[in-house]
Design a binder for this molecule. Structure first.
Ligand code: PMP
Length: 397
């Protein structure tokens, strides 16, 4: 008998050897509304690995909205948005999103992965060129591959390199520049003003992914484009509801022509069931809080910069920026895993992020701060890390 799965075992073994195999972590329960503590394998851990930046995932207002919608609309949408799966909550949400972003229209997608793959593969195709920051999220990369357009990766936030590539490929039929606004594994931000200038200079389109900026940046949590006053300059603004919104799903905001075109062309939207109405209802509740609760956002910023400064210690770096994403760059995969394990032993959930999610040689612990963490929790976590560092590196913090 031949083992039909031998090649899979072989590949898994290879990944295991270079500390790049993955395992799914099971959370036993979430302890309390703040979402700051979780139970894993019977132990309580301070959660410093969540994208729940504003601490809304367990907010009673989101839960109540979802429960009410389940009573009215049932558990599932039953079909795609084109086949009776789009209840009135959807249209109301898209109107609210367009108003919030001060754009002509909005379109909700099932999640960020589907938004990026669906939108990019509809905007460009064979004979076109996409210019993408080399640290962009994997869903952007997959969207480009799916589109069959030529893929040109520019060095991270390097607009000179981008311009060099734009010049070189100026004859491509259509050109699309695409970037994360807050980079998911580094927490730094894109040079949007320069990207807008290059978009204009080379007759391209500009798409931004605000997944980690939504709810976090901007006066009313609109994102980096708003914070910089460039929201009307960007052609397609994409964002998600799975992070600061504490829910699930994604959206794009753009001019009506773009939204109308994508509604008829984005295959991930057309050939997939609509999100359950309860999810849309919790997004409505989250949107109100994101827009109105500026103190929560202010607190998140304060705590994030405090924690970043507290961690900025030799021999590692914590990256630039002021976002709640704070990467402790360790380098080696195995060592990053060791830090993560030792943090867990001391009661802290902080996952090791390894290639291919980040470039080879830049494995890291990606800490994320939430508005609902307390200062003493963060202080305690920083102390734990310093002690581990002292044990492993022989350094005193
Ligand atoms: N874009 C970015 C920048 C992300 O970080 C993520 C999620 N990690 C996504 C898109 C995908 O979003 P979702 O989880 O909603 O599929």
């Amino acid at each position: 008998m031949t083992n039909r799965y031998a090649w899979m075992d072989e590949e898994w073994g290879r990944l295991e050897k270079i500390a790049q195999s993955r395992q799914i972590n099971t959370v036993d329960s979430v302890l309390g509304e703040r979402g700051a503590w979780i139970r894993v394998s019977g132990r309580s851990l301070l959660n410093l690995s969540s994208n729940n930046y504003l601490g809304l995932a367990h907010d009673p207002r989101l839960k109540a909205a979802a429960t009410e919608a389940i009573e009215v609309w049932g558990a599932g949408a039953t079909a795609s948005r084109f086949v009776n799966g789009s209840c009135s909550l959807y249209t109301e949400l898209e109107q609210r999103l367009a108003d919030w972003k001060q754009r002509e229209a909005a379109l909700v997608f099932a999640n960020g992965y589907q938004a990026n793959t669906g939108v990019i593969s509809a905007l460009v195709g064979r004979g076109d060129a996409v210019f993408s920051d080399r640290l962009n999220h994997a869903s952007i990369v997959d969207g480009i591959v799916l589109s069959r357009a030529e893929h040109y990766r520019y060095r991270h936030n390097d607009t000179e390199h981008l311009e060099f590539l734009l010049k070189q490929h100026r004859n491509a039929r259509r050109k699309l520049i695409v970037t994360d606004t807050v980079f998911s594994m580094d927490g730094d931000t894109a040079p949007l003003a320069e990207l807008v200038t290059l978009r204009d200079r080379y007759g391209a389109l500009l798409m931004v992914d605000e997944a980690h900026a939504g709810g976090v940046l901007g006066e009313r949590g609109e994102g980096l484009s708003h914070e910089l006053g460039l929201h009307n300059e960007v052609d397609v603004i994409m964002g998600t509801f799975s992070k600061a919104f504490g829910a699930y799903g994604a959206y794009i905001c753009a001019d009506q022509s773009v939204i109308r075109y994508l509604t008829s062309k984005a295959r991930s939207l057309i050939y997939s069931t609509a999100l359950p109405p309860s999810v849309i209802a919790s997004i409505h509740a989250a949107l109100t809080i994101v827009q109105e609760d500026t103190s929560r956002r202010g607190r998140l910023r304060q705590m994030s910069s405090w924690f970043r400064k507290r961690l900025n210690t030799h021999p590692f770096e914590v990256g630039a920026g002021s976002s709640p994403i704070i990467p402790l760059i360790i380098g080696d995969n195995e060592k990053a895993l060791q830090y993560s394990r030792m943090l867990e032993e001391r009661g802290i959930a902080a996952v090791a992020i390894r290639p291919p999610t980040v470039p080879v040689g830049t494995a890291r612990i990606r800490f994320t701060v939430m508005a609902t963490h307390t200062l003493s929790e963060l202080e305690w976590a920083a102390d734990q890390l310093n002690q581990i560092r002292a044990d492993l590196e022989g350094e005193r913090g």
